[in-house]
Design a protein around this ligand. Structure first.
Ligand SMILES: [Fe+2]
Length: 268
């Protein structure tokens, strides 16, 4: 990494999540062509010129190789590495097999400049909900213990805390206690970031920022008891990271929803 003045971000990251592409390039989720949506969000991301991107799961809706290849082609337009982790609509093995060619990487961690990035697999085969298995938790613990001087960000698909939406919170990480028991031992953790909930969410756990991010396609209504669509445009989240361990972040959305959504849908 080149060195920068302290007021210049050392690293700019774009989080792209829940792209839900299908093998069929005309595939729609609740009436929205997810490929067109991703294409428009990619163009918005490119304007911010990130150094790298992180894709936090549900990259495909059908876990097909054809859909992964389409996601990879879209991502390649950014011209930067894209670190990918699986969501409940992916098949973790299929994702790893298809998203390990340039520009995509499917790896458990990354040391970049001063920062450590930890990419976790919270998926459970056959389930919409999340779980962090012993192996993932051991890996988290070992990585944090091995780099105590590096500010760290932890990325996963499922929310590790309740977001106040009953139906989505039935699909959260089901063992958050074991996860936070490790997190709380390592003061270098600055942020925990996820997708899955198709909405912007911000809270704190002690000094750690907890952040969720809009999908590149349909959005879910915050604080809703039951499945409900939010009529806001797709988007992504940006992060500007500094060498001293602080960062700034924000969500940017398309100017309008690219198409019309089936608002009578009762699920997805
Ligand atoms: Fe999703």
């Amino acid at each position: 990494m080149p060195s920068y003045a302290t007021d210049t971000p050392a690293l700019r990251i774009a989080q792209i999540t829940d792209t839900h592409l299908y093998a069929d390039p005309d595939g729609e989720l609740l009436g929205l062509n997810t490929r067109h949506c991703l294409q428009q969000v990619i163009e918005l991301v490119a304007q911010r010129r990130p150094h790298l991107a992180v894709a936090t799961g549900d990259l495909t809706h059908d876990a097909s190789a054809a859909a992964y290849q389409m996601v990879r082609r879209c991502f390649s337009q950014l011209g930067v590495p894209v670190y990918c982790l699986p969501g409940n609509h992916d098949e973790a093995t299929a994702l790893r097999n298809n998203m390990n060619d340039e520009p995509c990487h499917s790896v458990p961690c990354l040391q970049i400049g001063d920062w450590q990035m930890l990419f976790m697999d919270s998926t459970v085969s056959g389930s919409e909900g999340g779980h962090l298995g012993e192996q993932e938790l051991d890996r988290l613990h070992n990585a944090l213990a091995g780099s105590p001087g590096s500010p760290a960000m932890v990325w996963l698909h499922h929310q590790p805390v309740s977001i106040g939406s009953r139906w989505l919170d039935t699909m959260a990480v089901d063992n958050p206690g074991a996860f936070f028991e490790i997190i709380d031992r390592y003061p270098q953790v600055r942020a925990i970031v996820w997708g899955h909930v198709h909405q912007c969410f911000e809270r704190r756990h002690k000094a750690i920022r907890l952040l969720a991010t809009p999908s590149t396609c349909i959005q879910f209504l915050p604080n809703s008891e039951d499945f409900a669509i939010d009529r806001v445009a797709p988007g992504y989240r940006w992060f500007d990271l500094y060498s001293d361990g602080h960062f700034s972040t924000g969500v940017e959305r398309l100017a309008a929803i690219p198409g019309s959504i089936d608002l009578d849908a009762s699920g997805y």
